[in-house]
Design a protein around this ligand. Structure first.
Ligand SMILES: Nc1nc2c(ncn2[C@@H]2O[C@H](COP(=O)(O)OP(=O)(O)OP(=O)(O)O)[C@@H](O)[C@H]2O)c(=O)[nH]1
Ligand SMILES: [Mg+2]
Length: 366
């Protein structure tokens, strides 16, 4: 789209550091090679990824308002060259640069025309999010080829590749926007205590009285380690009570609303208190991606009513740090292995749909 508006050596530019006075200002420039040569003459950086200190031409013979900038030639796309200019961040300097570029018929390009990958990189919460954003851009063609081969029916042994791409695409989706995980359950089951333990911080109030938490509380939490870390938005909510006041009922309704929007719900039950029929029905209808934890098992280790509830296998009371790791692992395990560097992936809904379809066909044929 950018290239289409180009003619001759006319270039486009935008400020990529925040507007306003600051120590430094950074500008992105894009043009055909000739456009840069007209601008910088012999000072232009001829090598990709090269750096050079550049000064503006002084055709008026006077003193230039901005004198020097660091120029980084970034990359070349569709016959266009991109460069970054780093210079002083004062207001006058920025205006002088704008004026100088306008004099050379360069156009200022609005900030909003950033590419999808640039936006993802700017919002990335973890190194994994950065890696998968770049991987998505890099493997687009490979994914389309894989889908093409799967459609042809020429190769029958594509199931594992399709599955890896499917899982990688899900990882990319979740890494790009931290998903919501909601803690839900009866009042006083220890939800807020567990929330604090997960965050290793006292963020939620906990008391021995039922109905302590009213409004949902949300915090960003990193799961896993190193380059595999995934950020989630963990939410603590108000609990359920059969004898709730109207205020408590309103709070519980808010908990349910939030749970309906969640990627996963973690049901936290009190081992010392058998859930009533209403709650039992809700727990039994939970979605396959939800988890169930039996808490306060130091009080009642094996409550008979919990048999067949499908609580997280061997989950202990929250004092045990192994239990927290087990919970973290259960969430990560549901995503499958971390995508390898060369697995093609996409967050595009149409491609994901096609991937699911081909995966189903190939599962049947193998
Ligand atoms: N014995 C025992 N007590 C616990 C455990 N977890 C939490 N508690 C206690 O149980 C009480 C309730 O804990 P909270 O974390 O406030 O429970 P909650 O589910 O957030 O309660 P509401 O906000 O009222 O819905 C507190 O006194 C906690 O110290 C546990 O594993 N064992
Ligand atoms: Mg609470």
């Amino acid at each position: 789209m950018w290239a289409a508006s180009f003619g001759g050596d006319v270039g486009q530019f935008q400020r990529i550091s925040p507007a306003g006075a600051s120590a430094l200002s950074i500008w992105a420039l894009r043009a055909e090679e000739a456009g840069f040569r007209t601008l910088f003459g012999s000072q232009w950086v001829s090598q990709a990824n090269g750096f050079q200190v550049v000064a503006p031409g002084r055709s008026d013979g006077g003193t230039a308002i901005w004198d020097q900038a660091l120029c980084w030639r970034r990359e070349s796309k569709q016959g266009l060259v991109e460069a970054e200019l780093h210079l002083h961040g004062g207001y006058g300097v920025a205006e002088a640069l704008r004026e100088w570029l306008h004099q050379h018929a360069w156009q200022e390009k609005p900030w909003s025309q950033k590419t999808e990958t640039q936006l993802l990189l700017q919002q990335a919460t973890t190194p994994l999010a950065i890696r998968l954003a770049l991987q998505e851009e890099r493997t687009q063609t490979a994914l389309d080829q894989l889908l093409g081969r799967a459609a042809d029916g020429e190769s029958v042994h594509l199931h594992s590749q399709l599955l890896a791409s499917m899982q990688a695409s899900q990882w990319a989706q979740l890494a790009a926007a931290p998903p919501l995980v909601v803690m839900l359950g009866p009042a006083n089951a220890g939800k807020s205590t567990l929330f604090n333990r997960c965050l290793r911080d006292r963020r939620a109030t906990t008391t021995s009285m039922a109905g302590t938490t009213r409004d949902p509380l949300e915090a960003l939490l990193l799961l896993g380690r190193g380059e595999a870390q995934l950020a989630i938005r963990l939410a603590d909510t108000a609990g359920y009570s059969a004898a709730a006041s109207s205020l408590d009922q309103q709070a519980w309704a808010m908990s349910l609303d939030l749970a309906a929007k969640a990627w996963k719900v973690i049901w936290v039950l009190d081992a010392a208190e058998e859930p009533d029929a209403t709650l039992t029905a809700m727990i039994q209808q939970r979605r396959s991606q939800d988890l169930l934890i039996l808490n306060r098992t130091d009080l009642v280790p094996h409550p008979p009513w919990a048999n067949g509830f499908g609580a997280l296998d061997g989950f202990l009371h929250h004092q045990d740090s192994a239990a927290l790791e087990q919970l973290e692992q259960a969430i990560l395990d549901s995503l499958g292995p971390i995508p390898s560097l060369d697995t093609p992936l996409s967050r595009d809904p149409k491609r994901k749909q096609l991937l699911a379809k081909r995966l189903q066909q190939h599962a049947l044929s193998e």
